[in-house]
Design a binder for this molecule. Structure first.
Ligand code: SF4
Ligand code: SF4
Length: 432
C-alpha cells in the first residue's frame, strides 16, 4: 500500500468531524464493551479472530474519533485507546471494514444498547473512500455502473438480444405469440428493474417474472436506459456516487411516466433504492415496492394461482439481510411459498435473525477476499443441510450467486432458485 498523504488523511477525517451527523457521533461514543455482539457475527464465529468482533470493527473508527476529536485523545491517546490515522491503521481498516463485514446488521439487532455497528462501519468505509482506499475490484463495479448504466457493463445491444431471446422462450412456453417483454413503453403501471446478473448469467429469471406479469395481466415495462436495481456505491462508501445512481433511477421513473417502481429480487438494491435512495437525492421516490410484495399481492387478490403438485421438492428459504432484517419484508415471501408448496422448512435461525449468506456488503465483487468469504459461508451450508431441503429459495440475485458457490464448495446437492422462478414453475396460467 502506498504511503498516504496528509491531504488524504484530512479528507478521511472530515467524516468524523461532521458534527451534523449526531447519530454517528452518538454511536461512536456508545459501546460499553460488553462483548455480546461477538457471537452474532459470522466472521467471528467462523474464525474466532478477535479482530473480527463487531465491537472491534467499531473501535477502528471510534479510536480515530477519540484521537482527533476529544481532548484526552489529543493529549494522552494511550489512556483513551485513541489511535492515529497512519498507514498501519488504514491497512487494518481496509482489511476489516471492507474485507470482514457483509454489512448484514445482525450484530446491531443483538447489541445490548443498540449501537448501530453497521452504520459506523459504513462511516469507516466512507473515510477510506475519501482517502481513495476502496478495494479496486469493488470500485470497478461502481465505475462500470457510473460509466455504462449497469454494474456489469452490459451493452444495450446485448441486453436487447437477451430480452428478445427470453421473449421467444416465453412465447414458446405459453404457446402465445402475444406474450411479451415490453421495452421502453411509456405510461405503463409498472417500471420493472433487474439485477444485471439476470441478463448476464440468469436470463431465465427475466422470463420467469415476465410469465408472472402475463398471468397477472399486468401493465409493465423494462427500460434499456436504467434497469439496474443495484447500487454498489452503497458498499464502496462514496455518497456522491450513491447520489448519481439513485438520481438516475428517479429520473427514469419520471421519463417512463410509470405509476410504480418495482424492484427486482435484490437485497441491497431494494434497500439502496427504496430506503436510502430518497435520502441520497433529497426527495421522495414515487411508489416503490419489491417484486416479492407485488407477487404476494397478486396471490392475495387472486390474480395468480399456483398448483402445489408442480413443486414436489422440499423447499427452504434464505432471508436476504437487506430485504428482511433491514427492509421489513418478512412474511410476504412465506405467504407466497404457502401457495406453491406443501413442504416448506424454515432454516434455524431465520427471518430477522437469519445469518447472512456471506456475499453481502460487496463481498462478491471483492475477489481478494474469496477464501474468507467461503470460510464464513460454512454457517449457511450447515443451516441448509439441516433442513433436508433440495431447493433453496432466495429473493436476491446476490444471495443466489453466493448460495450457488456454497452449494458447490460444501457439496450440498441442492438447487438454488429465485422466488420468481419457483412461482413461475408452479403457475396455473389462465385461459386468454
Ligand atoms: S454487520 Fe454483520 S458482518 Fe458486519 S460486523 Fe455486524 S454481524 Fe459482522
Ligand atoms: S454488543 Fe454493543 S455495546 Fe456490547 S460490545 Fe458489542 S457493540 Fe459494544
Amino acid at each position: 500500500m502506498e504511503k498516504i498523504s496528509k491531504e488524504k488523511i484530512q479528507a478521511g477525517l472530515e467524516v468524523i468531524k461532521n458534527l451534523r451527523d449526531s447519530k454517528l457521533i452518538t454511536h461512536l461514543n456508545s459501546c460499553v464493551r460488553c462483548g455480546l455482539c461477538a457471537d452474532t457475527c459470522l466472521y467471528y464465529l467462523s474464525t474466532k479472530d478477535e479482530r473480527m468482533i463487531p465491537a472491534a470493527k467499531v473501535d477502528l473508527v471510534s479510536s480515530i474519533y477519540r484521537r482527533y476529536q476529544t481532548l484526552t485523545g489529543r493529549i494522552a491517546p494511550a489512556l483513551s485507546g485513541a489511535r492515529s490515522m497512519d498507514d498501519e491503521h488504514i491497512r487494518e481498516m481496509v482489511d476489516l471494514l471492507y474485507g470482514a463485514c457483509t454489512m448484514c446488521g445482525r450484530c446491531v439487532k443483538h447489541c445490548s444498547i443498540g449501537v448501530d455497528i453497521e452504520y459506523v462501519i459504513r462511516a469507516g468505509r466512507e473515510m477510506l473512500a475519501r482517502m481513495d482506499h476502496v478495494p479496486e475490484s469493488l470500485q470497478a463495479t461502481v465505475d462500470a455502473a457510473l460509466e455504462t448504466g449497469n454494474n456489469m457493463a452490459i451493452s444495450e445491444e446485448d441486453f436487447l438480444d437477451t430480452l428478445e431471446w427470453m421473449e421467444e422462450e416465453l412465447q414458446d412456453e405459453l404457446d402465445d405469440p402475444g406474450a411479451r417483454i415490453p421495452i421502453n413503453e411509456k405510461g405503463k403501471k409498472i417500471l420493472y428493474t433487474l439485477n444485471p446478473r439476470e441478463p448476464k448469467f440468469f436470463p431465465l429469471s427475466i422470463s420467469a417474472m415476465a410469465k408472472i406479469f402475463y398471468a397477472a395481466g399486468e401493465s409493465w415495462t423494462l427500460s434499456t436506459r436504467m434497469y439496474d436495481v443495484t447500487n454498489y456505491a452503497y458498499f464502496s462508501g462514496k455518497p456522491e456516487h450513491n447520489r448519481i445512481i439513485a438520481q438516475r433511477m428517479y429520473d427514469e421513473m419520471e421519463a417512463m411516466e410509470a405509476e410504480k417502481l418495482v424492484l427486482a429480487e435484490c437485497g441491497h438494491g431494494s434497500r439502496a433504492s427504496r430506503w436510502e435512495g430518497p435520502n441520497y437525492i433529497g426527495r421522495p421516490y414515487p411508489e416503490t415496492l419489491s417484486s416479492i410484495e407485488l407477487m404476494a399481492d397478486y396471490f392475495r387478490q387472486g390474480r395468480l394461482r399456483a398448483d402445489k403438485a408442480l413443486t414436489p421438492e422440499r423447499l427452504t428459504l434464505h432471508d436476504p439481510c437487506n430485504l428482511v432484517r433491514s427492509g421489513g419484508v418478512i412474511d410476504e415471501q412465506r405467504y407466497i411459498l404457502s401457495h406453491v408448496s406443501d413442504d416448506f422448512v424454515e432454516m434455524h435461525p431465520h427471518g430477522v435473525d437469519n445469518f447472512c449468506c456471506g456475499g453481502g456488503g460487496g463481498q462478491l465483487a471483492m475477489g481478494e477476499y474469496n477464501d474468507r468469504r467461503m470460510k464464513i459461508a460454512e454457517i449457511k451450508a450447515k443451516q441448509i443441510r439441516k433442513t433436508g431441503a433440495t431447493v433453496v429459495v432466495s429473493p436476491c440475485h446476490n444471495c443466489v450467486d453466493q448460495l450457488s458457490q456454497i452449494n458447490f464448495t460444501y457439496k450440498l446437492n441442492v438447487q438454488i432458485k429465485t422466488m420468481a422462478e419457483v412461482v413461475a414453475d408452479a403457475l396455473v396460467i389462465p385461459e386468454r
